[in-house]
Design a binder for this molecule. Structure first.
Ligand SMILES: [Zn+2]
Length: 248
């Protein structure tokens, strides 16, 4: 066994001040990725979450009940990992459409938050051991494109002209939950505990999912597997795309 030799590079987050995490639903950040967020916020990096939907179609109760409930649970999840800035858009859960409207919303958020890096979740056709969910595919694609749109003064010109949001260049795009990661963010025990707690805060949602394992039973395991590739006890793995300026 050569598992003591790290196979993944450390996430080049040394000079980062702000990270923007963009996902489709409440809880998408809480299946391990929020451990990296806890580690970043502990170091003083400001992390913002942008949820493209309110997750209102994810439970048995009607959407007008579930939307506010899941927003409240997400707010509590954010508190566990030091995230104060939570933005939730009202694109329809389960019917998220890739297109210019979604790209514009991503670009608007990027120009507003002005992050060094953007984090999103795996948007491959196959992911998480099966077929990926439709909203996840649409969200990821819109994030990839919207991050670039944010940097182009000739795309969505009204963002600058009407809203005063000037172009912004993001250095790196990190895709969490990817089967072919390139980098890892080592995390300490406190971050692992915070990540478990953050998923536990989605209390009503977890109760709704039949047979959902307890977060403490599998989140540390995911992070341990990441650690084995990073040469540390625990780590969050990412596929990192250098958009120019990374580590520069
Ligand atoms: Zn999701």
């Amino acid at each position: 066994m050569t598992d003591t030799i790290p196979s993944l590079l450390p996430v080049p987050d040394d000079g980062w001040s702000r990270v923007l995490c963009i996902v489709a639903h409440p809880d998408d950040m809480e299946y391990g990725t929020s451990a990296a967020v806890a580690a970043w916020t502990a170091r003083g990096i400001e992390v913002t979450y942008l949820l493209l939907t309110a997750g209102e179609a994810g439970m048995a109760e009607p959407p007008d009940v579930v939307g506010p409930l899941r927003a409240a649970e997400q707010r509590r999840a954010c508190s566990e990992v030091g995230v104060e800035n939570l933005l939730i858009l009202n694109h329809p859960d389960g019917m998220l459409e890739y297109g210019l409207a979604l790209r514009r919303d991503v670009a608007r958020a990027v120009r507003t938050v002005r992050p060094d890096a953007v984090v999103t979740a795996n948007f491959d056709f196959e992911a998480y051991g099966g077929l990926n969910q439709a909203d996840h595919r649409a969200a990821g694609l819109a994030v990839v494109d919207g991050v670039r749109d944010a940097d182009n003064p000739w795309v969505f010109r009204d963002l600058a002209e009407a809203e005063g949001l000037e172009p912004w260049h993001v250095s790196a795009l990190l895709v969490a939950g990817h089967e072919r990661p390139t980098h890892a963010a080592p995390v300490d025990g406190a971050a692992v505990t915070a990540a478990v707690a953050s998923l536990n805060r989605h209390e009503a949602y977890l109760k709704h999912v039949t047979g959902h394992p307890k977060p403490e039973e599998f989140i540390p395991e995911i992070l341990r597997a990441g650690g084995a590739q990073a040469g540390s006890d625990h780590a969050v793995t990412f596929r990192v795309f250098d958009l120019g300026g990374l580590g520069g």
